[in-house]
Write a protein that binds this ligand. Structure first.
Ligand code: ZN
Length: 424
């Protein structure tokens, strides 16, 4: 529910659908070196002003979005709407392939509510997802292509969520005491499978991935990997430039699909040294097993959230008699509200952990490449290109940033430079 800071660059990614887009275009994977290499990077004060403005607007929109979601659920719960909808669909509840599990009733109730919410939220999505990035020239995607991406995202989301809701109610029917534990185990398994499939099944719906065919960069990466005693399964480039002017890179996949993915917006505008540092940061995520750490953290948080929902649901049904049974579909908004609130409250925890992991990947990149100047110029370019605020307020950073603020990353590299000079 809560939107995250669009990470400036390079993170291990277990959620491939965020910010994805579509449209296929034949694009050479061979890096086009600019005729003249980019000039030395400096922070652009004008871009910093825009970054502050853009960030402030996005945060306001996020608050409005959260408010709308909360209001929607509270109205459903506080009025007779949720119970009324359950009763209106009651005839579909007769079909129960397993006692107390009425998949048609559950599915219809869920889809109806989701569609109504999406319609209510559409103007806000359009403004924050299309209008704003265009106004700040971060996106040049056509409206048709943006709508196509939105549709794909919504259909995918609907399918995943519908399957999750049906499964949750099945557990509530057959395992009323331990359903939350089984649900958390299933969440862990699904996360692992999705992380594996993401770069081969989901991301290609939005971007075209091509193996990076660049002799010089490949050699540099191989050398880095050799020093780390690890093997890189592949480096791919992604045609982000089709839609956006922002740059990004990430470590993706698990097992046989593990790979480093670099946006073509980064390849064209950065020096080989700068790209090497970015690749080293991603290699750091791989060496530190960060995708696994992320999946396990999410599963532990999920377990806590589901357990609290379990307590709340038993209380609402057994103590207060608000609902007919644990499997009553009318309680679905209560489950959503409780999970949403739990997610919101624990988001800073997850983000703090993510910032720690990112800092370690930065340290790894500095240690292995020993090129703090290239690191500094790469970060500087990213801040300018992606409209990232150097120094966000500490509270905003604590709550919302899953990467350290660029200002901190620059200081980290400066300290590294100083230390290595002293060591020499
Ligand atoms: Zn990272």
């Amino acid at each position: 529910m809560a939107a995250k800071e669009p990470s400036v660059e390079s993170g291990p990614s277990s959620s491939p659908m965020q910010g994805a887009g579509s449209e296929e275009q034949e694009q050479s994977a061979i890096r086009q070196y600019p005729d003249t290499l980019p000039e030395a990077a400096e922070i652009d004060p004008e871009r910093q002003r825009s970054a502050q403005e853009y960030t402030r607007l996005r945060h306001r929109l996020m608050l409005i979005d959260l408010g709308l979601a909360a209001l929607f659920l509270l109205v459903l719960l506080g009025t007779k709407l949720s119970i009324g909808l359950r009763d209106a669909l009651a005839t579909t509840g007769a079909w129960q392939p397993i006692a107390h599990w009425a998949p048609l009733h559950i599915g219809l109730y869920f889809c109806l509510l989701l569609i109504v919410y999406q319609v209510l939220d559409a103007p806000l999505s359009y403004y924050s997802g299309y209008v704003l990035p265009h106004r700040y020239r971060l996106s040049h995607q056509s409206l048709a292509s943006w709508l196509a991406d939105q549709t794909k995202g919504l259909v995918l989301g609907l399918l995943f969520e519908l399957a999750a809701v049906e499964f949750l109610y099945l557990l509530l029917a057959v395992q009323p005491t331990l359903w939350w534990l089984w649900a958390a185990i299933a969440l862990l398994l699904v996360s692992v499978v999705l992380a594996n499939l993401a770069p081969v099944l989901i991301l290609p719906l939005f971007y075209k991935l091509t193996p990076l065919n660049d002799e010089e960069l490949s050699q540099r990466l191989l050398a880095l990997a050799e020093r780390a005693n690890t093997r890189v399964r592949g480096v791919f480039t992604m045609n982000m430039s089709r839609k956006t002017s922002t740059a990004n890179a990430a470590l993706m996949g698990l097992g046989n699909t593990r790979r480093i993915v670099v946006g073509d917006t980064l390849l064209g505008a950065y020096t080989p040294d700068e790209i090497e540092v970015v690749l080293a940061h991603e290699l750091g995520h791989h060496v530190h097993h960060d995708i696994w750490k992320l999946i396990i953290t999410q599963a532990i948080l999920g377990l806590g959230g589901l357990y609290l929902v379990n307590l709340g649901l038993h209380w609402a049904v057994e103590t207060r008699h608000f609902y007919l049974a644990l499997t009553d579909v009318a309680a679905m908004p209560l489950i959503a509200l409780a999970l949403g609130l739990f997610g919101l409250i624990t988001m800073p925890l997850g983000n703090s952990f993510s910032r720690l992991v990112e800092r370690q990947a930065d340290e790894y990149a500095l240690q292995t490449t020993r090129q703090p100047d290239a690191f500094i110029s790469a970060m500087t370019r990213l801040a300018n290109q992606n409209l990232a605020e150097l120094e966000p307020g500490p509270i905003v950073e604590f709550l919302l940033y899953d990467h350290p603020a660029i200002g901190k990353r620059l200081k980290h590299a400066e300290r590294f430079k100083l230390k290595s000079r002293i060591a020499d």
